[in-house]
Write a protein that binds this ligand. Sequence first.
Ligand code: NAD
Length: 339
Amino acid sequence: MNIIVTGGAGFIGSNFIYYMLKKHPSDRIICVDKLTYAGNLETLESAMEKKNFKFIRADIADRRAVYRIFEQEKPDIVVNFAAESHVDRSIENPEIFLQTNVIGTSVLLDACRRYGIDRYHQVSTDEVYGDLPLDRPDLFFTEETNLKTSSPYSASKAGADLLVMAYHRTYKIPTTISRCSNNYGPYHFPEKLIPLMIINALSDKKLPVYGDGKNVRDWLYVEDHCRAIDLILQKGRVGEVYNIGGHNERANIDVVKTILKELGKPEDLIEHVTDRKGHDRRYAIDPTKIHTELGWEPETKFEDGIKKTVKWYLEHRDWWMGIISGDYQTYYERMYDKR
Ligand code: NAD
């Protein structure tokens, strides 16, 4: 099997590549990544040593480049992780989100239409459903929940999902979509909540928490997400959407306190900063469909996953030090120091 993994130099895509190389050593993985600020070739160093892995630097919105890749690599499967993924950046500059997340997805789908494909899988997010009220713990997102986006990021991901559905219906492209809750684990870019808090705490810097910190996210260890996508590729029904989440809801402030406890750092490092515009209050996934149809359930408890993640950041300082020293500093100052 030739599998194109787009966005494989980023957080979840790289974890998925390592998962697949280990689980399916006879498959060939071709990573297609533009290497934006969020993509990092160092992350793929060990994969580069494998004969059945190839890296191609390309923009998924570049039609000529994508068609050339399809002609050369003849993929059987495409798994699209490539995206602009940070909500805060989408609030600052929505355009690139439309370009990559919407136009990029349409180019990949057109390539599938032109050259044929056994499966196109779109990696989506629970953010396409908007948010849930904090005082209704009985409510969850199901695959039938209406799309009701809050940020330019989630709107662009919802746009991509709708295109995938349309290409399935109109052109009979064999597609699947997964909508996952918040991931955490190794290789997570330092701008996101969990790595940001670990890295700041390690340097005794203030931990900027938006608003009251009571916003709730449903956290999933990244390997559980990778295993779910692999299962969907093998056994998922074409044309379907699968929600992925582990009934693991935590308020942001509690996640931050857990990290501080894990690192033996004081809670007075926490600093509440001006809330994100349009900040979603609660995300919570109902994973019944993927559980009953495909037998998937999360294997890593949050308590264990967060320990593993903190340990990984402690042992991979070179990886994140390289990132936080460059352009990231300017971004950080704009986002937090000047609030
Ligand atoms: P990330 O920002 O860490 O990585 C994105 C990768 O895509 C980077 O390597 C980047 O270089 C690449 N990329 C960006 N634009 C590109 C383009 N035009 N062409 C080719 N490559 C491009 O993101 P992530 O957190 O790993 O998320 C991966 C996917 O999973 C995204 O589609 C995201 O919407 C989705 N998702 C993420 C989460 C989460 O918690 N992180 C949860 C649910 C869904």
